[in-house]
Design a protein around this ligand. Structure first.
Ligand code: GUN
Length: 296
């Protein structure tokens, strides 16, 4: 038996279509400001993709590209302007920031009502207290959750392991799964007996940034595996390819369902950003925001 492939491209397309339809019913045009500091090539690609997909669903994307030498004070001034700009409903500061800028100061400066990344402490706290529907949930874990619910239905009582404890994926993913009544283990670089712990899980979320780390014999037969890794490998002849944190062929042979890389979590992350931006615009217009879960 081999795994069912969870088609992130198709699910993301369906979510973007729903965002487009709901945005068309709103009588304001949602605006998303994307701030990029420096010229990291991967970040430039992400920002371009976000802007293009925003425009395609009727969200006005406003890119703010700042030089790598931008000071923290200058960046905070840009955010302060965006916070009070009524045309801007969502603000995203692309991470990582250059080392001379304190990321926490920047994230704290964003108006929580425009924080479509869900990284402001107010939104982190709402998620941790089980009230994420009043704030914003980080886009990558939200995309993973939507794919899991679409694949498995009710998640209550399932054993889930999250590999990685980052602010962007691991920690919010664990909170989301807890809110769905999963029994959650968060594993990280100091975790002992990692393979054994994985083998007892019904759901494995791999978000460590190590190509192919999760092997076939780590997976319980029939488990659902979500691969958040996006690792660029360059072969000896100079060809570049994207691979996940999961050894795909091995895990494919054992798992019940598996997300591919590319074409799994990545497209869902951007679709969730657009959904969060639409939610921000709905709230600012005083209209109830839609429930974006795919099964709804
Ligand atoms: N860098 C990698 N992932 C993300 C994300 O989800 N949001 C932002 N702002 N930066 C990122």
């Amino acid at each position: 038996m081999s795994a069912r492939i969870i088609d992130g491209v198709a699910h993301a397309e369906a979510l973007r279509a729903r965002v487009r339809e709901t945005v068309a019913r709103l009588n304001v045009s949602p605006g998303l400001a994307v701030v990029l500091v420096g010229d990291d090539p991967a970040s430039q690609v992400y920002v371009r993709t976000k802007s293009r997909q925003a425009q395609a669903v009727g969200i006005a994307a406003m890119d703010h590209r700042l030089p790598a030498t931008t000071t923290e004070v200058e960046l905070l001034a840009v955010i302060a302007r965006l916070n009070v700009d009524p045309a801007v409903h969502g603000i995203l500061v692309q991470l990582p920031l250059p080392a001379h800028i304190v990321t926490a100061n920047v994230l704290r400066a964003i108006d929580p009502a425009k924080d479509v990344d869900g990284f402001h402490p107010v939104n982190v706290g709402l998620l941790a207290t089980g009230r994420s529907e009043d704030g914003f949930t980080p886009c990558t874990p939200l995309g993973c959750l939507l794919l899991l619910k679409e694949t498995l239905g009710d998640l209550a009582g399932r054993d889930a392991i999250v590999l990685g404890r980052s602010m962007i994926v691991g920690k919010p993913m664990a909170q989301l799964l807890l809110n769905e009544n999963c029994t959650v283990t968060v594993a990280h670089s100091r975790t002992r007996d990692l393979a054994d712990r994985c083998r007892s899980a019904d759901i494995v979320i791999a978000a460590v940034g190590r190509p192919g780390m999760v092997r076939g014999d780590w997976i319980r037969p029939g488990a659902t595996v979500i691969d958040v890794g996006i690792n660029r490998l360059v072969s000896a002849d100079g060809k570049s390819s994207l691979v996940g944190d999961v050894a795909f062929e091995e895990v494919f042979a054992v798992a019940g369902a598996l997300t591919p890389v590319p074409g799994g979590v990545g497209p869902m992350t951007i679709a969730c950003l657009l959904a969060n931006t639409a939610t921000a615009a709905f709230r600012s217009a005083g209209v109830d925001s839609p429930d974006w879960s795919l099964a709804a």
